[in-house]
Design a protein around this ligand. Structure first.
Ligand SMILES: [Zn+2]
Length: 417
C-alpha cells in the first residue's frame, strides 16, 4: 500500500472496530488532481475506495484516507463560485441562520470551517454585518484574503479552535458547508466546535445526504475527499455522545440532495424538533441500517459501464475521438468506475482554471468547449450528470454538427439531433 494512504481501524463516529465492507469501488487517483504538465507525477497514484459500515452505529465511511496535504495542496474546486444555483442557496442559508438563531443579538461572530474561497462568510460579513473568520487549508484561502475575508490557513481542529478562542473569543455560529464529511478526526473536530461555540451558539452543518446517494445512485459522492457518508441516525447519537444535541434537520436540493443539521450544546436554548425523529424513521424504513443497501449502486455501475462501452466501442473502431465533459472529483469517480480512461482523447470543462491541465493518472488534457468544433469527437460523455441539460443547451452547435452526447444518469441515454 502507498505510504500516502492510511487505513481507518475504527468507526469515525463511535470508535467501534466492527466495520464491514458494503461497496468496493474502482481504485482511483485523487479526484481533483488536475495538474500542469510539470507537476503531473503528483497525481499518478491510485488508491482503494472501499465503503465500510459500522455495525454498531451504522455509520458509513471510507476504508482509509489519502494524505490531506496531497489533496488540498493544489485545490481547484470552488463550487459556490462556479455554480450560481449553489451561490444563491448559500445566501438564503446565511439569511436563515441569522434570522432564526441570533436571538436579536448585536455583534454576532461566525466562524466557518473549510471556508473554501470565503464566499459564504463574505456574504455574512458584507450583507448581514457579522464579524466572520474562515479556516481553510487549501490554496483557495488566498482568494478569501484578496476579498478581505479574514481567514486562517489551516485545517479546523481542537487546537485551531483554542487559538481562535484566545484571539477572537467564542462564536455565535460555527458553519461547516460540505466540510464535515472530509474530516479525518470527527471527534476532535467536534471538540473544537464545543470549545468555540457560545452556550447559545449553533453549529450549522450542511452535508450531502447518503440516503439520497443510495436512492438516486449519486456515484459522484464516493471520492477520497469524502471520508464519511452521513445520514441522521448515526449523527444524532454521535452528537449526544459528545455533549451536543441535534435539534433540527432540513433537506435541501444542493448536490441532488443534502441535509442541514442544526446542533447546539447539551441544554442549549433550542427545542428539539420533530424533524429529527422523522428523518430517522424514514431512514430505517428505507433500510439505511442494512449492510446490503449499497448493493444497488454496484449493479447500477456495472449496467452503466456496459451500456457506455457498447456505444463507444464501434465509434473508436471507426477512428472517432471520445471526449468527456466535466472534470470534478466526481468525474474521476465516474471515469474510473466506468473504465473510460483509455478511451478518452480529452476532457472539456467550463472552468478556465482547469484549461491546459492534465487529468490525474491517465494525463488526459482539459480544454475549453471552444475546442469541440475543431476536434469533432464522435461522442461526448457527460461526467457532470446533474448539469447535463445545461451542458447540452450550451453546446447545441456540436449536436447540429452531428455530435452525440452520452448521458448516463438517471439512466443511460444518447442525445443527438
Ligand atoms: Zn460507529
Amino acid at each position: 500500500m502507498s505510504p500516502n494512504f492510511k487505513k481507518f481501524n475504527n468507526c469515525k463516529l463511535c470508535n467501534s472496530k466492527n466495520l464491514i465492507e458494503v461497496l468496493n469501488l474502482a481504485d482511483l487517483p485523487i479526484g481533483d488532481k488536475y495538474m500542469p504538465e510539470e507537476k503531473v507525477d503528483l497525481a499518478k497514484e491510485a488508491y482503494e475506495l472501499r465503503i465500510m459500515m459500522c455495525q454498531d452505529c451504522n455509520h458509513y465511511q471510507n476504508s482509509g484516507y489519502v494524505d490531506p496535504d496531497l489533496i488540498y495542496g493544489f485545490y481547484l474546486s470552488r463550487p459556490a463560485t462556479t455554480n450560481p444555483d449553489l451561490a444563491e442557496a448559500f445566501k438564503e442559508y446565511a439569511d436563515y441562520i441569522v434570522k432564526n438563531f441570533s436571538n436579536k443579538k448585536q455583534n454576532l461572530f461566525a466562524v466557518e470551517a473549510g471556508s473554501n474561497n470565503g464566499i459564504f462568510i463574505q456574504y455574512m460579513k458584507e450583507k448581514l454585518n457579522i464579524k466572520v473568520l474562515g479556516v481553510e487549508p487549501s490554496n483557495l484561502y488566498e482568494h478569501a484574503i484578496k476579498n478581505k475575508v479574514d481567514t486562517i490557513k489551516d485545517y479546523f481542529n481542537s487546537n485551531v479552535a483554542e487559538t481562535i478562542l484566545n484571539d477572537y473569543g467564542q462564536t455565535d455560529f460555527l458553519i461547516a458547508n460540505h466540510t464535515f464529511s472530509n474530516i479525518i478526526d470527527n471527534i476532535d473536530f467536534l471538540k473544537g466546535v464545543k470549545t468555540l461555540l457560545k452556550d447559545d451558539g449553533v453549529f450549522c452543518m450542511q452535508t450531502f445526504y447518503q440516503k439520497t446517494v443510495v436512492e438516486k445512485n449519486l456515484l459522484e459522492n464516493f471520492t477520497h475527499e469524502h471520508l464519511s457518508y452521513f445520514y441522521v441516525k448515526p449523527l444524532k447519537s454521535f452528537f449526544e455522545k459528545n455533549g451536543m444535541e441535534l435539534f433540527d434537520v432540513k433537506f435541501v436540493p444542493a448536490k441532488a440532495g443534502s441535509i442541514r443539521c442544526f446542533v447546539q450544546k447539551k441544554n442549549g436554548p433550542h427545542k428539539v424538533l420533530q424533524s429529527v425523529k422523522e428523518f430517522i424513521d424514514d431512514e430505517i424504513k428505507f433500510g439505511m441500517d442494512d449492510f446490503n443497501r449499497h448493493k444497488t449502486i454496484k449493479l447500477f455501475i456495472n449496467e452503466t459501464k456496459d451500456k457506455i462501452h457498447d456505444f463507444i466501442s464501434p465509434l473508436i473502431k471507426d477512428g472517432k475521438k471520445i471526449a468527456a465533459y466535466g472534470t470534478s472529483t466526481g468525474a474521476t469517480t465516474f471515469s474510473f468506475n466506468y473504465e473510460l480512461g483509455k478511451s478518452l482523447s480529452f476532457f472539456v470543462d467550463d472552468d478556465e482554471f482547469r484549461h491546459g491541465l492534465l487529468s490525474p493518472f491517465y494525463k488526459i488534457p482539459v480544454v475549453s468547449s471552444k475546442k469541440i468544433k475543431a476536434e469533432k469527437p464522435g461522442a461526448i460523455i457527460i461526467l457532470a450528470p446533474l448539469y447535463a441539460d445545461n451542458i447540452i443547451k450550451k453546446n447545441k452547435d456540436y449536436l447540429s454538427d452531428g455530435g452525440k452526447f452520452i448521458k448516463f444518469w438517471p439512466k443511460f441515454e444518447v442525445v443527438s439531433n
